[in-house]
Design a protein around this ligand. Sequence first.
Ligand code: LLP
Length: 423
Amino acid sequence: MQEFTYSDTTLMAESVPLRAVAEEFGTPLYVYSKRSVLDHCRNIERAFEGHPHMSFYAVKANANRALLRLIGEEGFGADVGSVGELHVALAAGIHAAKITFSGVGKREDEMTAALRAGIHAFNVESTEEIEVLDAIAGHEKKKARILLRVNLDIDAGGHAYVSTSLKQNKFGIPARQSAEVLRWAKGLAHIDVRGIHSHIGSQITKAETFLRAAEALVSLLRELAVAGIHLTDLDFGGGFGVQYRGYIAHPQIPVEEPEELNLSAATLIRTVAPLLRETNCRLSIQPGRSVIAHAGVLLVKVLYRKQTEDKLFVVVDGGMNDLIRPSLYKAYHQIVPLELFAREQESADIVGPLCESGDFFAIDRRIPRVERGEFLALMCAGAYGYVLSSNYNARPRPAEVLVDGSTRTLIRRRETIEQINEA
Ligand code: LLP
């Protein structure tokens, strides 16, 4: 599982020293471990213990085609949130019959493209959306399979921006209204109502939160059945949290206490699966982060050390445009040197080169002293890293490299200034 480790004092990705990769491809650079991707997929699949289910990988977490291909080859389908993601998933060889389409604002052209491709199902979120889908499906002479996303009004904890199942959030239909909406939708000519869907948030590490959601869904399905609405599909969504703090250990790097109980995605799935199985529905999940977060790191180079009266700043060549999670969600990524030299530890703000104070990776972080020209790795950056990168400050997006044993393959070229300057 742990494919990024120190061999003596050198940080490796599988059998490759990361410093060699940084020097060969330049920084900032995303590097992924193939072994890690495969292991995470397999652990999630094993958590179902042979029970029939479908895992739709949430493409929004990382849409690199080479990585999607690996995940698809492990038997995963894909959950897409846009026609762009649909396109990438299909191009990565994932069969349309294994693709679902989620999101609160699907455009008509996106629904048309997904219907024509023949996707498995639409996870729908409003009555207007269902009406539009019904009309498009009629025009296309097709039937659209739907799962109704329900809002369970559950506080999933974590950052407010990624909580999705509170009643004040824009997502889903209140569970109380679901019977009425489902009954109405069943009457539509071009809609095939299959089931319900829920996704309560992201980076959830408490088993009890998932258990509450599972219990709410099980009782909702029971109530619906009593009301004469019999459903066959239940999609439990994603959100399974991963360890960020203290992911990697070495006597020369500061000890970080993991923030939560540290339950793996597989353990979280194992706690809810028996309950969900009782419904006898076709079960599915949509894991994103738990598949890909641990499989990637972001490498950056130290540009300058800068000591002011109050602070030591370590200025690196990657910034919030390359990895926005610390700036946007105050997210924590462990930061470690690619080479350890038995130097003293110091406390520093690790900051990028962009033009605002929000451009930081860590504040008052203890790290072993690093010098200009040396490299750092931001750990667990495989999910919501590259996909959230931007051209802020007219900075080209980073390159992406996949390591497999001792081989490394460029899986996305670094963007060029010419590309971002095109009309
Ligand atoms: N299904 C739906 C409908 C979703 O909206 C999401 C994520 C997932 C599945 C996958 O959730 P996961 O297993 O990855 O937690 N940018 C934020 C995370 C946003 C999550 C958005 N939805 C971050 O960097 O933490």
